[in-house]
Design a protein around this ligand. Structure first.
Ligand SMILES: Nc1ncnc2c1ncn2[C@@H]1O[C@H](COP(=O)(O)OP(=O)(O)OP(=O)(O)O)[C@@H](O)[C@H]1O
Ligand SMILES: C[C@@](O)(CCOP(=O)(O)OP(=O)(O)O)CC(=O)O
Length: 435
């Protein structure tokens, strides 16, 4: 029998894409990085993880169960999920020890259900939004805030997946790597809120949605073990860039922001190439996008204007393009010309054919090259890359800088947003594990 009060919370959390990359751990179990990093939080109206957690004394054998996208996952005894749940319980117990009146939720079993609204295998940062949603939901269920700060929560999210600590904040977020061996100073802080530079937008070019060859967790430790270039990155490159890009963000200086973002993506991928055996995340399509961005920026600067757009690549071939709002139509036009037939989620109605129109690749005629009236710089070399075969870029997602995790609902199982049914099982269950 379930107890009469339902202790439940449902929250969402955003994806973040780093502009100064985290790559390497100095402690693999606490997840302490070898360098600081900095990211932009993306709008969870477009990409998000939603998690429901319920605590109930009747939940037993096993006390905790977890479903991701409708499929039950094992909570391994030494695993990251286990650590996160245990750490959150400890924080709740701390509050209960100080206040007798609080229900002893820390002793109750848990049911957790989470869904990502983007394909988990799309090479987007699902572990970041996923662990941030988990931590924020448990913090809401256990009513930890304001006693426990968001930066404190980020220290726990970090132990789920390093990059997840940055998804606890909106806007522009730094993960301070810290120096202590216990990880107490390794946490995320806000550099600037979303509203500070809300004109910054992102166009995600999904080049491949196949699961990558070398997972980041394994790849980065191979780089730590074998790359001399990584040592230079840790000592010289990143510290200077962290300062410079923070200033660029504070001054809303897109030119400088773009310069540092692209340089850091290239430096990170250079350390991957410097790894033994080398790791290749970018492919020919990724490199063609780099050439296109470099050319439009060159032509714009030659015309006495600033850079139009910046690229950055994580541990996969997909490009994330950052640009001020006023440049996105041009960037989109260029991508749609050189990479025809991509599915396009037109969240901002740039192609102006109705609200949230979705343009499915197969029916789209090849787009013409944007004109000078549409902002193409006069000296742009249109032969910089060939027009690629249809579907070389499979999907385009247009989004913008966004806010931090949101509490969507508290309490009953019959609310619309909660993911668990009255029995504490997913409302939407998938029969078998994804391939
Ligand atoms: N909604 C979620 N809630 C909790 N954990 C999640 C969620 N979504 C993903 N995860 C965790 O993240 C893991 C996937 O992380 P993985 O690093 O393989 O992919 P990725 O995050 O897409 O890639 P990367 O971190 O390299 O950008 C899953 O196995 C799961 O443990
Ligand atoms: C290239 C990156 O996206 C690497 C992300 O690595 P993860 O955070 O996925 O790694 P773990 O801490 O092992 O879970 C760069 C970044 O997001 O800063």
């Amino acid at each position: 029998m379930a107890s009469s009060t339902i202790y439940e919370a449902t929250c969402s959390a955003p994806v973040n894409i780093a502009v100064i990359k985290y790559w390497g751990k100095r402690d693999t179990s606490l997840i302490l990085p070898t360098n600081d990093s900095l990211s932009v939080t993306l709008d969870q109206d477009h990409l998000r993880s939603v998690t429901t957690a319920r605590a109930d004394p009747s939940f037993s054998s096993p006390p905790e169960r977890l479903w991701l996208n409708g499929v039950e996952e094992e909570i391994k005894s030494q695993g990251r999920m286990r650590t996160c749940i245990d750490e959150m319980r400890k924080l709740r117990k701390g509050l209960e020890d100080k206040d007798d009146k609080l229900p002893k939720l820390s002793t109750y079993g848990l049911r957790i259900c989470s869904e990502n609204n983007f394909p988990t295998a799309a090479g987007l940062a699902s572990s970041a939004s996923g662990f941030a949603a988990l931590i924020y939901t448990l913090a809401s269920l256990y009513e930890l805030q304001p006693a426990v700060s968001t930066s404190h929560l980020s220290r726990i999210a970090r132990q789920g997946s390093g990059s997840a600590c940055r998804s606890l904040f909106g806007g522009f977020v730094a993960w301070q790597g810290g120096e202590t061996t216990d990880g107490s100073d390794s946490l995320a802080v806000e550099v600037a809120p979303q509203e500070h530079w809300s004109e910054l937008q992102a166009l995600i070019c999904v080049v491949s949605d196949a699961k990558k060859g070398t997972p980041s967790t394994a790849g980065m430790q191979r780089t730590v073990a074998t790359s001399p270039l990584l040592q230079h990155r840790i000592r010289e490159v990143v510290p200077a860039r962290m300062k410079d890009i923070s200033q660029a963000i504070k001054a809303r200086d897109f030119n400088r922001f773009a310069e540092i973002t692209m340089a850091d993506s290239n430096n990170f991928h250079a350390t991957c190439l410097d790894t033994s055996p080398p790791i290749f995340y970018m492919n020919d399509v990724s490199r063609a996008i780099v050439q296109l961005v470099e050319e439009v920026n060159r032509a714009s600067e030659e015309a006495g204007k600033g850079k139009i757009v910046a690229y950055t690549y994580d541990a996969g071939p997909n490009a994330v393009l950052y640009a001020p709002k006023e440049n996105v139509s041009l960037v989109l036009g260029l991508i749609r010309h050189y990479f025809p037939n991509a599915d396009f989620d037109d969240t901002f109605n740039l192609l102006s054919s109705g609200a949230n129109a979705s343009h499915r690749g197969a029916n789209q005629p090849a787009s013409p090259l944007p004109t000078q009236e549409q902002g193409l710089p006069a000296g742009f070399n249109s032969a910089v890359i060939p027009v690629h075969e249809a579907g070389a870029v499979r999907r385009l997602i247009h989004t913008q800088v966004g806010d931090g995790p949101r509490l969507l609902a508290r309490g009953g199982a019959d609310d619309e947003v909660g993911l668990l049914n009255a029995e504490g099982e997913p409302k939407r269950l998938q029969r078998s594990k994804r391939a």
